[in-house]
Design a protein around this ligand. Structure first.
Ligand code: ACO
Length: 322
């Protein structure tokens, strides 16, 4: 039996840091309010000219180094991103070129904050059905480019960064199952109200910026993260007691606390990194995973539940033996 297993993780955060104190100079907000409502202390911001593909390549190289593989070993690249370098080609094709690879399949997935999880689902199924042996799965975002820095209700929440994993065919079980969901009926609760086929007009109300109903997003995020976690555990005959770690989407500490409570999971078994980099959308889960692998919290053989929620709405999970 062939399985698909994560053999390397990597992440990248841009050098420039914007603290809550820095935000106080840009808008009517304060460090205490932001920490209280979100748990966020700082976010990283891409340099001028630094793109989603640049950050993706940095994260990918670290994941490849950990896995001990070179560019020629890679048979598939999938990038989850809401902030592609260009309308086309895909950011995955640009990443492929920057890594010096030719010929393997490369494409983007757009599922907003669930982008990496949807990409992982696709890569897992590709490996399990013999499509490839080694896949590079990446989440990368330059959300600072679609953030309205005059809007205190959204600007405090987001940051830039990238995370990546190498997923390889293996005799040892890694991924146990993946689950993806969407409900397009609540599109306007969390969206950027501009796009290619509508014709861009940044003077139109809302501009090309993230627009959000914070309270509705909060309620839906907690509910869907809880339901997808229960679906995943029950579907595989596990309970929350069996889990070593929950690695949730890093949007907001209060969402993570509420989701963990719904699952009866003590916070000692939940990975939280949102304080250091804010919400990096599709990059959030692989970033948190890599940080916790490298600081020694997550160890080989442990049972992990990755879960995300984002615009669409989309929600998703993966249960795996690391
Ligand atoms: N600084 C200071 N005050 C603020 C700020 C700010 N940055 N933003 C809003 N306020 C004020 C409001 O104007 C309001 O003032 P009022 O009472 O005088 O009217 C007050 O603070 C309370 O505002 P609420 O919106 O009720 O605050 P709430 O406790 O709901 O927190 C928040 C808002 C943090 C946005 C919350 O709703 C939330 O976390 N939602 C989820 C959003 C999210 O994570 N989105 C990310 C994308 S989706 C995803 O990744 C899951």
């Amino acid at each position: 039996m062939t399985y698909a297993r994560i053999t390397g993780t990597g992440s990248y955060l841009p050098e420039k840091v914007l603290t809550n104190k820095d935000l106080e100079k840009l808008m009517d907000t304060n460090d205490e309010w932001i920490r209280d409502r979100t748990g966020i202390k700082r976010r990283h911001i891409a340099a001028d000219g630094e793109t989603s593909s640049d950050m993706a390549v940095n994260a990918a190289k670290k994941a490849m180094e950990m896995a001990g593989i070179g560019p020629d070993d890679i048979g598939l690249i999938i990038v989850g991103t809401t902030t592609p370098d260009k309308i086309f080609p895909s950011t995955a094709c640009i990443v492929q070129r920057k890594l010096g690879i030719k010929g393997c399949g490369a494409y983007d997935v757009q599922a907003v904050c669930s982008g990496f999880m949807f990409a992982l689902d696709a890569a897992y199924r590709n490996i399990m059905t013999g499509g490839s042996k080694v896949a590079l799965v990446i989440g990368t975002e330059t959300l600072s480019r679609i953030t309205n820095w005059k809007d205190r209700t959204t600007a405090i929440l987001f940051g830039d960064g990238a995370g990546a994993v190498v997923l390889e065919a293996s005799d040892e079980q890694g991924i146990i199952s993946t689950h993806i969901h969407a409900d397009g009926s609540m599109e306007e609760l969390l969206h950027v109200p501009q796009g290619v086929s509508q014709g861009f007009d940044i003077t139109r109300a809302g501009g090309a910026y993230i627009s959000m109903n914070g309270n509705a997003v909060f309620r839906n995020a907690v509910g869907k993260l809880g339901s997808v976690a229960r679906e995943t555990l029950a579907g595989n005959g596990y309970t929350e007691e069996d889990l070593d770690w929950l690695v949730p989407h890093q949007a907001n500490l209060r969402i993570i606390l509420a989701a963990a409570k719904k699952l009866n999971l003590p916070m000692e078994r939940v990975i939280v990194t949102v304080d250091e980099h804010a919400n990096t959308s599709a990059a959030s889960v692989p970033l948190a995973l890599d940080i916790a692998v490298r600081d020694g919290r997550i160890k080989r053989g442990e049972l992990l539940l990755l879960a995300a929620f984002g615009g669409g709405f989309t929600w998703s999970s993966a249960l795996l033996r690391y």
